[in-house]
Design a protein around this ligand. Structure first.
Ligand code: PMP
Length: 395
């Protein structure tokens, strides 16, 4: 069959091949990017969906506005206010997961050959999505404090990208948290070079100890002229439920209008039933307790994984303990002649019945084959300890 040429730029992900092996009986998986199903507030969502049907069946079951269901836009506006962001309900659109917001950004902003700067490493689906629109991706290096803003400035000056895509808080896969100082620097760069910054923030609420610095969007109120250069994507997936498919985008009016037009042709609107349920949930006041619960449980798992990695793998692996999110980003050091190729380790690990994702596919340029991503979200503490022990044996 003769497919559209835009598909020439995109390969199916190598990771998908690995996922086929995850059905093996007895396997402990650190590979997925899923939250733990056991963490979903089923009672709260049951109540919220029943209320949605009882109170406004027309709104919950009928076609709706492409921009989103008004009561949900209003609840999301209040939710953002708790995170230091003033946004009118009309200043955000509801999207079908934040994934759709990324797709809409690709559709509205990227012409074939346009340059987009991403972090190296970054979210795999973003790499694939932006490439589908013909973007030439340029990778900005990161460290434990997120993207290196000095390097980022050089790349912006050299390439004049269409936009810069960042996951500043507990990135996928990096787990890194962009420091306050660097967040401010990113805003300065946006204004200095008049460059659009896309802040993807599905993990910002998932912190284990102290709250992370405010989002780049929240900080923009102190940097004149920067707000008009920011698009911010949020999501209920990691803290409440990915199956609801509720995300949102806050962006300048002109960009929101174009994105809304594209969304209209794509899915007309996000499921009104999901939106009405999410609106009722946020209104119910259960969210703070839900957030406290997920932070506590994932925090314990992250702690357990960090300790187990130190104990079982020692200096064969280097990593920074994540302060939030769902992932450890680690690097095989090759110390004492141990393996330094994560692809090879992944194969051996599957034989020992433990799975993780090699890091190479998360790089848009120059993959680092020694890196790997380990999710601590879906295995409990005992499984994490056993899984990391098996990883040590595989190494
Ligand atoms: N951005 C990042 C960085 C992610 O990790 C994910 C989910 N894995 C998404 C966006 C998309 O999430 P959703 O569409 O469920 O909101």
């Amino acid at each position: 069959m003769q497919f559209a040429s835009r598909l020439d730029n995109v390969e199916t992900s190598a990771i998908r091949e690995l996922f086929k092996l995850l059905g093996k009986p007895g396997i402990i998986s650190f590979a997925g990017g899923f939250p733990d199903s056991a963490m979903f507030d089923v009672e709260g969502l049951k109540e919220a969906s029943q209320k949605a049907l009882a109170e406004e069946p027309g709104g919950a079951l009928q076609y709706g506005a492409t921009e989103g269901y008004e009561p949900l836009r209003s609840q999301l506006s209040s939710f953002m206010k708790t995170k230091g962001v003033d946004v009118d309900p009309s200043g955000l659109i509801v999207t079908t997961g934040s994934q759709q917001a990324l797709d809409l950004l690709g559709k509205t902003m990227i012409s074939p050959g346009d340059k987009v700067i991403v972090e190296g490493p970054t979210f795999l689906a973003t790499i694939q999505c932006f490439r589908l629109y013909g973007a030439q991706l340029i990778s900005a290096p990161i460290d434990a404090n997120g993207v290196k803003t000095d390097e980022l400035e050089k790349l912006i000056a050299e390439h004049k990208p269409k936009f810069v895509y960042l996951i500043p808080t507990f990135g996928n896969p990096s787990g890194a948290m962009l420091s306050l100082e660097r967040r401010k620097k990113v805003l300065e760069l946006a204004v200095k070079y008049q460059t659009l910054i896309v802040e993807d923030d599905p993990y910002g609420d998932l912190y284990f100890g102290e709250a992370p610095p405010p989002s780049i969007l929240a900080l923009s109120k102190d940097v004149p002229g920067s707000r008009e250069l920011l698009a911010h994507c949020g999501s209920l997936s990691k803290v409440l439920s990915p199956g609801l498919r509720i995300g949102w985008m806050i962006a300048p009016a002109e960009l929101l209008a174009k994105a809304t037009m594209c969304k209209q042709f794509s899915d007309a609107h996000t499921s009104t039933f999901s939106q009405a349920t999410a609106a009722q949930y946020l209104k119910s006041g259960r969210m703070p307790a839900t957030l406290a619960h997920v932070r506590e449980v994932y925090g314990q798992r992250a702690q357990a994984m960090g300790a187990a990695l130190k104990r079982e793998l020692g200096d064969a692996v280097s990593f920074t303990q994540p302060q939030g999110g769902l992932f450890f980003w680690a690097r095989l050091t090759g110390a004492n002649g141990k393996l330094a190729d994560a692809n090879e380790l992944a194969k051996r690990a599957i034989e020992k019945l433990v799975a993780f994702v090699p890091g190479a596919p998360f790089f848009a340029e120059k993959p680092d084959v020694a890196t790997l991503r380990l999710s601590f979200a879906t295995a409990d503490v005992a499984k994490i300890e056993e899984g990391v022990k098996r990883l040590g044996q595989a190494l």
